[in-house]
Design a protein around this ligand. Structure first.
Ligand code: CU
Length: 152
């Protein structure tokens, strides 16, 4: 029964792996198309994790600088600040959306056109381990001056 014992060991190690690697599902990922000369934009998505996790950061191969921000009302003024992490509680859908948490795309070298696909790499920590999640955000054109992201 030596072989059987070996199989059991492999199964146990796979189970241990699954215990820390959170399953992250990202839906409805999109980025805001920009006007010519506009160096910043935002990306938004819904994130769900099957284990308690934290979004630690985001990077992109096509955007020079990416930050995770939170927007909030402060005495009637919209403010944003960079956040170190966003909590992803187990089983809860966390929305990155205009007016709340968002991914800031900065130092853009050229405009983002509607239909462009922005690859984003999310770094997520769960149970002391880090993993990356690849996301493709499709750019959407937004109408109206009210949808412009405030400048820093
Ligand atoms: Cu921002």
């Amino acid at each position: 029964m030596k072989r059987y014992g070996w199989m059991t060991a492999v199964a146990a190690s796979l189970a241990a792996h699954a215990a820390w690697a959170a399953n992250i599902s990202v839906t409805d990922a999109w980025a805001r198309a920009t006007m010519p000369g506009q160096p910043v934009s935002g990306a938004y998505m819904q994130i769900q994790s099957d284990a308690d996790a934290r979004l630690l950061g985001v990077s992109s191969t096509v955007v020079p600088r990416v930050e995770v921000h939170e927007m909030s009302m402060d005495g009637g003024v919209m403010r944003m600040r960079e956040v170190k992490a966003i909590d992803l509680p187990k089983g809860k859908t966390v929305s990155l959306q205009p007016g709340g948490f968002h991914i800031m795309l900065m130092n853009l070298k050229k405009p983002i056109a509607a239909g462009d696909v922005i690859p984003l790499t999310l770094t997520v920590e769960s149970g002391g381990k880090r993993q990356t999640v690849e996301v493709k955000a499709e750019a959407r054109a937004m109408g109206g001056a009210g949808m412009q992201h405030p400048s820093h």
